[in-house]
Design a protein around this ligand. Structure first.
Ligand SMILES: Cc1cc2nc3c(=O)[nH]c(=O)nc-3n(C[C@H](O)[C@H](O)[C@H](O)COP(=O)(O)O)c2cc1C
Length: 507
């Protein structure tokens, strides 16, 4: 049945409430998803829960608004529903949710947030459990996640004195574009899990502060919404997960280029998503245990939390030979995101790419992968030795991400040869706790920290932050002054172990 221009009634939709005929309502429109059930990356069960009903509330945080229209053939778009006739989906407010709302009301005012760690401590208490699990989780024992920040504790400063630091300037250029600081907002998926405006919080704060946002392939807002929300001269990059269907990838890339995206960051550290057990445990707790290990008809395991569910399209067959194809479909600068040793950085340089992000995906992929900052030291040294390169380098730029929480962390990376660093979770935690104002405050904190630390380092500009200003001789010793687990005790959670299911007493 195709759309007729007439409104369907809620009663009619409600009849299609089974696997044999499954209609759902999203944003006031009715869709026949019967044939799509087994292809849904998140599994059929969650759709069937809303069969014959309005699924908008569940749909919104996890999908861009156009996901359903892009994935269903037009004949399955059945047309608008008469809103008066739709039965409201009853959302049960649990005691847990009431307690969370109370914690939200008890957030400290933003004036009392002094550093980026503070956002994490608040977010942990005020975010819905599932969202916290997705954002904060990392792979396996989360050792790399802890190491990412701890590695910065092994680098110490050698400041200079008696330099005129009346005026200090921490602006720079990234891929030739102005940035008010050597920082960009890195790509993080599913922004609406943390806040109804999702990634748009980042777009707006980035505009205000003159920093660059990297848009994720798996944003909750649509790509076009995010680009439309930017100011005309605002620079944005795109993070790309490469689809097994290269036509889809080509369409995404060329559309991004037409929309003015200034750099394509191809994620290369995720041929399979890491096991993020905190996220996976949420799934066990949220769903019927008898269903969670079932696979769909395509063999995709639906049991592994939000992350795995949304990423089954990523191509594990991506290889160096594909780089030429990317060059043939776009003129955007190409950067590999997730390079983890000098050998691959050298291959990227020799392949004529614009740069690499030395990153382990925020500890969410291979546990015991080294921190980006440690890899930076190795890459700068070896690319100097093998190709005579000096960093920072305009032609081949090095970026670092993972565990960056302070301007001092960033200045260490700059001193060691990075052009800029990416920051992920702190901005997610900022908008999950305080919306746009939170991200605004987070960026303001970084500005304030830059101003003070540049003065204390004796470096009036970013160009004056040189290798001689840091002692990184212990970077590979893999010990730290403050063990990561003890840092801001509340921020790193103790790992959970398997738990007994709740046993119902026999009557
Ligand atoms: C919740 C979350 C989602 C992420 N989603 C993506 C993604 O879709 N694509 C990607 O390349 N990296 C993704 N990343 C990795 C980040 O781009 C970045 O490498 C990492 O967050 C940096 O570490 P930090 O969070 O400690 O700053 C994600 C990270 C987090 C925390």
């Amino acid at each position: 049945m195709a759309a007729t221009g007439k409104h369907l009634s809620g009663q009619e939709v409600a009849k299609h409430n089974s696997r044999d005929s499954c209609w759902i309502i999203v944003h006031g429109n009715v869709y026949d998803v019967t044939e799509f059930l087994d292809d849904h990356p998140g599994g059929s069960k969650i759709i069937l829960k809303y069969a014959g009903k309005d699924a908008t509330q569940e749909y919104d945080p996890i999908h861009p608004p156009d996901a359903i229209t892009n994935n269903l053939p037009p004949e399955r778009h059945l047309g608008p529903v008469d809103p008066e006739t739709v039965q409201k989906v009853e959302v049960k407010v649990t005691d847990e949710e009431k307690a969370r709302q109370q914690r939200v009301a008890a957030r400290p005012p933003l004036d009392e947030i002094l550093n980026l760690h503070d956002f994490e401590a608040i977010a942990r208490q005020v975010m819905p459990e599932k969202a916290w699990a997705y954002y904060s989780s990392a792979a396996d024992d989360e050792i790399t996640n802890r190491e990412n920040h701890a590695a910065y504790h092994r680098i110490w400063f050698r400041p200079r004195v008696l330099r005129n630091v009346t005026k200090v300037d921490w602006s720079t250029t990234i891929l030739g574009h102005r940035s008010s600081m050597p920082v960009y907002i890195t790509a993080t998926a599913l922004g609406k899990l943390g806040h109804p405006d999702g990634e748009l919080n980042l777009t707006r704060a980035a505009a205000k502060h003159g920093v660059i946002q990297m848009i994720p392939t798996l944003a909750s807002c649509s790509f076009d919404e995010i680009v439309d929300a930017a100011r005309p001269d605002q620079v944005q990059f795109l993070q790309l997960y490469v689809n097994k269907d290269r036509n889809i990838t080509k369409r995404i890339v060329q559309h991004a280029e037409r929309r003015g995206i200034k750099g394509l960051f191809i994620t290369v550290d995720a041929p399979q998503l890491g096991r993020r057990e905190k996220d996976m445990r949420m799934k066990f707790e949220a769903e019927d245990p008898s269903e969670v290990t079932k696979s769909g008809s395509d063999g995709v395991d639906r049991s592994q939390g939000a992350a795995r569910a949304i990423s089954s399209f990523i191509d594990p067959g991506l290889e160096w030979a594909d780089i030429d194809w990317f060059k043939s479909i776009t003129r955007m600068p190409l950067i590999l995101k997730g390079v983890q040793c000098w050998e691959d950085a050298l291959l990227a340089y020799d392949a004529g790419l614009a740069g690499v992000v030395l990153s382990n995906h925020g500890g969410r992929q291979l546990d015991f992968a080294r921190s980006g900052i440690e890899i930076l030291v190795e890459v700068v040294s070896k690319l100097g030795e093998k190709r005579g390169l000096k960093f920072p380098n305009e032609k081949f730029q090095l970026y670092v991400d993972g565990g960056v929480r302070r301007a001092t962390d960033i200045l260490k990376a700059i001193a060691l040869g990075a052009t800029a660093v990416g920051i992920g979770r702190p901005f997610l935690y900022a908008f999950s706790s305080y919306g746009l104002e939170g991200v605004d405050k987070a960026l303001q904190i970084l500005h304030d920290e830059f101003e003070m630390n540049l003065r204390l380092l004796g470096a009036p500009t970013i160009k004056d932050v040189v290798p001689e200003m840091v002692d990184a001789s212990n970077i590979s010793s893999h010990g730290s002054a403050i063990p990561g687990d003890k840092l801001y005790e509340s921020n790193y959670e103790i790992m959970q172990h398997a738990r007994l299911r709740e046993v119902k007493p026999k009557l």
